[in-house]
Each structure stands twice: as C-alpha cells, then as structure tokens.
Design a protein around this ligand. Sequence first.
Ligand code: ZN
Length: 256
Amino acid sequence: MAAKTYKIRAVVIRKTRLGEKDLIVTMIDESGALVKGVAKGARKPGGSLAARLELFSTVDALMACGRSLDVVCEVRLVDVKSIPRELELSSCVAPIAELLGFVAQPDLMQPRLYEMGRAAIARIADCQGQSAQALAICAASLWKVMAQSGFRPSFTPCVVCGTRNLPGSGETTAVSVLDGGAVCANCPRPADAIMVDVETVRWCEALIRSKFDEVLEYEMDTAASFEVLQLARMWIRAHTGRDLKSLDFLFTSGLF
Ligand SMILES: [Zn+2]
C-alpha cells in the first residue's frame, strides 16, 4: 500500500545529518507547527533534494507519512531571493530559526510564528552590506517570538506593584527575568534581578511593538542591538530552559 502523503509550505529551520547520505530536515509550516522529515539521499553531491533544501528557505514539500519520521519526497523552492547570502546575514537569521525550533511544536497551530519567521528572514536577506540593520531585525524577532509565545515582558508597569514609572534616560532599572520584567525602585528587588540600562529596556519595548519597516527606520546601532540581544539571551534561557547556541556565535564571531 502506498504511503499517505501530504503537502506543506514551510520554512527550513534546521538540517541534521543522518548517516552517510540522508538529512533530517526540521521545518515550521504555514500553520506554525513543527514538521520533521527525512530527506533521503539529500547529502549526495549533486542530488536535487540537497540543492532545494537550503537552510532558511521557504519550500513547498511533498511529504510521505513514515513509521517514525515522515519522508520528504519532493521539494520546490518558493522564494529564492529571500535566502540570506552573506555570512553576517545568515548569522542574524540563525538565532531566529533556532528559537522557532524551541517554541514551535508538532501539531500546535501558531501561524503568527511562521509569518514572523518568514518575514524576518526576507528582511534580513534584503540587508546586504547593512549588517547593523540585520542585527536589529534579529533582536526584534527574538523578542517578538518570545512575546508571541506567551513570554511578553512587562517593562513599564513594574511587575510587582504596577506603577508605570521607569527611571529617566541614562539610569538603570532592575529587571527580573523570572518575574517577567522591570521592578521599580520602591519594590523589593527579586533575588534574580539584574540592573539594565533604561535605554535597553526602551529598545526592547519599541522593537516588540514595531513592524520590521519601522525597526529599519530606527537605524539602531550595533552596540544597542547587542545589549538587547544579551537581555533576550537571558529571557530565552529562563523561559525555554535552553541556550541559543547560534546567539553565542553572533556574540563571539567578531563579524559586527
Ligand atoms: Zn514596583
């Protein structure tokens, strides 16, 4: 009996080697669900599957249900232009893809995750020669994905008493990652609280509520993006229980 098949449009977020010739491909489909499949023979040089299963690309795939893992039978690249071609740019996409792999689940519909991931990759692919802009989109995307997954921070109302006052520019504020945001000076400081520049907190808030077009207009500098990314790294670790390895690469690569 022929295996049951189904078609998906999906973003390729991870490729893992399987034996000598095969790959396990992890994707997030249009419904926002995580889909894994074996691409048989995809590591053979010159194989058509290998060429079409590019990391961070959007593909139309024909899948066959398998006993443990489904099988990727046919693949068509949907948008060749939206694949980042420079190392700086693919390094900015990698943490977004890795985070999507943490928060997406098989059979869990979160279509906003797919839309956000695809839009972020396309924007970053467009940032040729503008690595600072790509870094800002990366920072915005990580916070947006966390907010979308139920871990939106509260920075202006204090998470303990609800007061709306943040200290002024140039000052620092206590942030408790575990309690979910900023704690004002009048409230007892939680044990895990760290002091963060008010500017960094303001950037996080602005990035979460801004569209990618607006993020590009801010012309955020690299240092500010790295501060926002450091806070995102702590946030992601506390709320997903995992470290983004590709974010560590971004910090240590010296590319920016
Ligand atoms: Zn307070």
